[in-house]
Design a protein around this ligand. Structure first.
Ligand code: AMP
Ligand code: MG
Length: 421
């Protein structure tokens, strides 16, 4: 046994990430690229705008014509976006121009239509001065041909999709997504489609973990439930460890010290190198991590909340790095604690909390109730995990604490917004 035990959360995170680098690249259609990560730099295929264009619907003028006060100009041409101007604008003339249309030779400014007045003789009157360059977007001001506009490692957001379309990338080179297998283990577990049995425990971990993986943009495969029998467990684990099918295997349950906890020895028998077991954290103490030549294996605690909390701390960063993401961890922000909290030094505690905006631009964190590692309802209610450092001997109401945001806080209501407003 060469693996480490009783690591701090930080040491365990360092350990897992030391064993991970991004997967290779693949090409996907632009329509399927949202949430992926660019595997290579993307360069502009031309200047944008490709020439000087109007930023407004209005008139292209010579600014010198307007220097002496109100002036009436003759309209020589209508220019729409996509047109090529046919005529040069001479002194005393202007061209009607639409947003995005090329500015004609001779003109050096655009005046919006709202600042003009049509005259009965067909000319147009302008009353105010205009500076050269007014409301003109100059050639290349957004991008220059050949420039790197999106660097390798960029996460593809809707804005990035727009840029990729602008530079005409119908197909995009992105980092591959890991293939993830999920296995539950335990004699007491029953599948969702099994008839109700009061002595059994529904296998919730397979589904909660599945959803956590899906939330990262990966569609995992559930392998089912392995009984606490070394041979049956080994045959399930062999499936999850097959490099032809999966890169990452998540096993929940059976990683502790009970006589029926066979996961770690069985993984080792199957050739997995275990790097650590047990992390000084609550919930989540009996978590294990190992690797094969091309695979990553997590033994997660059976307790439903522990398994989810361990996923956030150790598995999500690994999956995100495999996918090429640079930001690996849940965002942590400061909040004020609503009530005192008893904690024990020597381990990092993760407290399920709700977050409520306060009146000064911050948040108040309050426990969601029972912090038992079996109480999934209190996890379901949580906006965030309050991270109590391992040297903290207790917290008072009003203390500033760090909270790790779960998904629920990304959206908010407008202040004063009601449905029937
Ligand atoms: P274990 O880590 O196997 O000792 O399990 C710890 C606790 O978690 C036990 O009460 C199990 O019944 C429970 N548990 C284990 N696996 C699951 C699962 N897949 N879904 C729900 N509860 C589980
Ligand atoms: Mg068990």
């Amino acid at each position: 046994m060469t693996h480490k035990t009783n690591l701090s959360v930080g040491a365990a995170q360092t350990c897992v990430l030391q064993h991970v680098s991004p997967l290779g690249a693949e090409e996907v259609p632009l329509e399927r690229s949202l949430g992926r990560v660019l595997a290579g730099d993307v360069r502009a295929n031309r200047d944008l705008p490709p020439c000087d264009v109007s930023a407004m619907d209005g008139f292209a003028v010579r600014s010198a014509d307007l220097a002496a006060g109100a002036v009436a100009l003759t309209v020589i041409e209508d220019i729409k976006a996509g047109d090529r101007p046919q005529l040069a604008v001479q002194s005393g003339q202007c061209a009607r121009i639409m947003t995005g249309a090329p500015v004609p030779v001779g003109a050096d400014a655009v005046i919006r239509v709202e600042d003009s007045r049509p005259l009965a003789d067909g000319r147009v009157e302008f009353a105010s001065l205009v500076k050269a360059g007014n409301d003109i977007r100059v050639r290349g001001e957004n991008m220059r041909e050949g420039d790197v506009v999106l660097a390798a490692g960029t996460e593809i957001t809707p804005g990035v999709v727009g840029v990729l379309a602008t530079v005409k990338r119908a197909r995009v080179k992105v980092v591959r997504r890991p293939r993830v297998a999920i296995l539950s283990s335990g004699d007491e577990l029953e599948a969702l489609d099994a008839p109700f049995d009061p002595d059994r425990i529904p296998d919730s971990n397979s589904y909660a973990l599945m959803a956590q993986v899906q939330a990262l943009g990966i569609e995992p495969v559930r392998l089912g439930i392995a009984r606490d029998d070394p041979d049956e467990l080994a045959s399930f684990l062999r499936r999850g460890l097959n490099p032809a099918d999966f890169e990452v295997l998540l096993v929940s349950g059976g990683t502790s010290v009970g006589v029926h906890d066979h996961v770690r020895p069985t993984l080792e028998k199957l050739g997995v190198t275990m790097h650590f077991w047990r992390v000084e954290m609550k919930p989540g103490h009996p978590v294990a991590f190992g690797t094969t030549e091309r695979g990553w294996v997590f033994g997660l605690p059976g307790n439903p909340v522990s398994s989810m909390v361990c996923f956030e701390q150790f598995v999500a960063p690994v999956l995100r790095r495999l996918m090429g993401q640079a930001r690996l961890f849940r965002r942590t922000i400061a909040a004020r604690l609503a009530h005192p909290l008893k904690t024990r030094p020597g381990r990092t505690e993760f407290i399920r909390v709700t977050l409520t905006p306060d009146t000064v631009g911050g948040y108040v964190a309050a426990s969601t109730g029972s912090q038992s590692s079996g109480d999934l309802l209190s996890m379901a209610r949580a906006d965030a995990l309050l991270v109590v450092p391992d040297d903290c001997a207790g917290l008072a109401a009003g203390d500033v604490v760090q909270v790790q945001l779960l998904d629920g806080t990304a959206f908010q209501n407008l202040s004063g917004f009601t449905e029937d407003a």
